[in-house]
Write a protein that binds this ligand. Structure first.
Ligand SMILES: Cc1cc2nc3c(=O)[nH]c(=O)nc-3n(C[C@H](O)[C@H](O)[C@H](O)COP(=O)(O)OP(=O)(O)OC[C@H]3O[C@@H](n4cnc5c(N)ncnc54)[C@H](O)[C@@H]3O)c2cc1C
Length: 381
C-alpha cells in the first residue's frame, strides 16, 4: 500500500511535533516552513532559555471562547508526564524545574537545543524539511489536497496539517495568513487579539521606577463598559497587617515603615501616590491618610491606557473554534483530511510553559491523526 502523503505547514513548535509523529507513524511527511530555519518562537522563548513546559498543570487557567471541556479533552491526549518523558528520552534533553515558578527548562538553558533537537528528530524519523517555502494556499483536490507554494510547483498530499501559528511577533514568521486560509475554507475563527502582551500607561505614573522588580499580586476586573481595572497588592501584607506595620513607634516615619517592606524607590512612590508625605511620623498620620495609604498598598489601582499589541504578545487569543475539531485527532469536522494544531486554534494558557504544552499536545495528536488511513464504509481504506 502506498504511504500516506502528509504536508505539514509551519515548522514551529506544533508543526515540528506533528512532523515527528506523522513520520514516526510511517507517513511520507514533508514539513514546509517560510523562514530559513523555523522554530523562531522557540528560540526567543523564556528569554532564550525556553520554558518548555510547566512542572504541574492547572487546566482551568487556559483561555478559550470555545468549550473548555473540549480544550481539556485535547490537552489530555498527551499528559504532562508523557510529554516530559518524550523530551528527556526521545530528544535527550534533561529538564530542570525552576522551583519558585514551577517552570521546566532544558538543563542547558539553551532554547536552541529544543528547536534544533525537534527539527533533527523530525528529519531522523524521515520527514523532509523544506525551508524558505511559503505556502500561499491549500484546497481539497480529488481525494486529497493541493498545497500551493510561492515560486514552486504545488504539492499533492493525502492530508494537510496547518500549524502556521497566530499573529504575535510577526517577525518570527507567523502572520495570520493560515487563519485567513482556514476561514476561507469555512472554519469559524473567533476574533483574534494580542494576549500576554505588556500593558502601557500614558502618562506613565511609575515610569521613573524602571528597573525595580518584586513579586506582586495583580487582579483585573472586567468592567461592563470600558477597559478592565487593574489593582495591585504590592506585598504579601493584607490590610490588617499594614494596620499593624503602620502603628506609631518612636519617631518612625511613613517612609521608614514602607521601606521595611518595599524597595526604597517604590516605597516613596507609593506614599506619594497615596498623597501622604513620606517624612510624616507615623504618630501624626491622620485616619484618612492611613486608610488611603493602606488602600494604595493593598489594592492600588494601576492606571493603563493601552498595550504593546501583537508586536510583543506571547500568544494570540481567539482562533479556529475547537467545536470544529475532532479532539482526538485534530481533524477538521468541516474538511476531511485537514488537521489543525497549535496557536492557530482558539486556546492559550498563562505564562509558564502552558503554550508549549498546548503546541506539543495538539501537534502530536495531529501528526498521529493525519497518518492514520481512514477506513471507508466498506471497511476498506
Ligand atoms: C517572546 C515569546 C516568548 C515565549 N515564551 C514562551 C515560553 O517560554 N513558554 C511557552 O510555553 N510559550 C512561550 N511562548 C509562546 C509559544 O512560543 C507559542 O505558543 C508557540 O510557539 C506556538 O507554536 P505554533 O507552532 O502554533 O506557532 P509558531 O511557533 O508561531 O510557528 C508557526 C510557524 O509557521 C510558519 N508559517 C506561518 N505561515 C506560514 C506559511 N504561509 N507557509 C509556511 N510557513 C508558515 C512560521 O514561520 C512559523 O515557523 C512565547 C512566545 C513569544 C512570542
Amino acid at each position: 500500500m502506498p504511504r500516506r502523503r502528509i504536508a505539514v505547514i509551519g515548522a514551529g513548535a506544533a508543526g515540528s511535533m506533528a512532523a515527528i509523529f506523522a513520520a514516526s507513524a510511517g507517513a511520507d511527511t514533508v514539513l514546509l516552513e517560510r523562514t530559513r530555519d523555523g522554530g523562531r518562537k522557540i528560540l526567543i522563548s523564556g528569554g532564550g532559555r525556553c520554558n518548555i513546559l510547566p512542572s504541574r498543570v492547572d487546566e482551568t487557567r487556559f483561555v478559550t471562547d470555545s468549550s473548555p471541556h473540549t480544550l481539556r479533552n485535547i490537552l489530555r491526549t498527551w499528559p504532562l508526564a508523557e510529554q516530559i518523558a518524550f523530551f528527556e528520552h526521545e530528544l535527550g534533553l534533561r529538564l530542570v524545574e525552576e522551583l519558585e515558578t514551577a517552570k521546566l527548562f532544558p538543563a542547558s538553558n539553551r532554547a536552541r537545543d529544543v528547536r534544533d533537537g525537534l527539527l533533527a528528530l523530525a528529519a531522523r524519523r524521515g520527514a523532509r524539511l523544506l525551508m524558505e517555502t511559503r505556502v500561499t494556499g491549500f484546497s481539497p483536490a480529488g481525494a486529497g489536497w493541493r498545497v500551493e507554494r510561492e515560486g514552486a510547483a504545488p504539492l499533492e498530499a493525502d492530508a494537510v496539517v496547518v500549524a502556521t501559528g497566530g499573529l504575535s511577533v510577526p517577525n518570527t514568521g507567523s502572520d495570520g495568513r493560515g487563519l485567513a486560509l482556514l476561514a476561507a475554507l469555512g472554519h469559524t475563527v473567533h476574533p483574534t487579539y494580542a494576549a500576554l502582551t505588556p500593558l502601557t500607561a500614558e502618562p506613565a505614573p511609575f515610569g521613573a521606577l524602571a528597573g525595580v522588580s518584586l513579586p506582586v499580586t495583580i487582579t483585573a476586573h472586567d468592567e461592563d463598559d470600558g477597559a478592565a481595572r487593574v489593582r495591585v497588592r504590592w506585598t504579601a501584607l493584607e490590610a490588617a497587617d499594614w494596620e499593624e506595620a503602620l502603628r506609631p513607634e518612636g519617631t518612625r516615619t511613613v517612609a521608614g515603615a514602607l521601606r521595611r517592606e518595599l524597595p526604597v524607590r517604590l516605597a516613596d512612590a507609593l506614599a506619594e501616590a497615596a498623597g501622604v508625605p513620606g517624612a510624616r511620623p507615623l504618630a501624626q498620620l491622620r485616619k484618612a491618610e492611613r486608610q488611603r495609604l493602606i488602600e494604595t498598598l493593598v489594592q492600588g489601582e494601576l492606571a493603563w491606557t493601552g498595550d504593546e499589541g501583537y508586536r510583543k504578545a506571547e500568544v494570540t487569543g481567539g482562533g479556529v473554534s475547537l467545536a470544529e475539531i475532532d479532539p482526538r485527532t485534530m481533524e477538521s469536522r468541516r474538511r476531511p483530511g485537514l488537521f489543525i494544531c497549535g496557536e492557530v486554534l482558539d486556546a492559550f494558557g498563562p505564562i509558564g510553559g502552558y503554550n508549549f504544552l498546548w503546541a506539543w499536545a495538539t501537534g502530536r495528536a495531529a501528526g498521529l491523526g493525519c497518518s492514520r488511513t481512514r477506513v471507508g464504509a466498506s471497511g476498506r481504506p
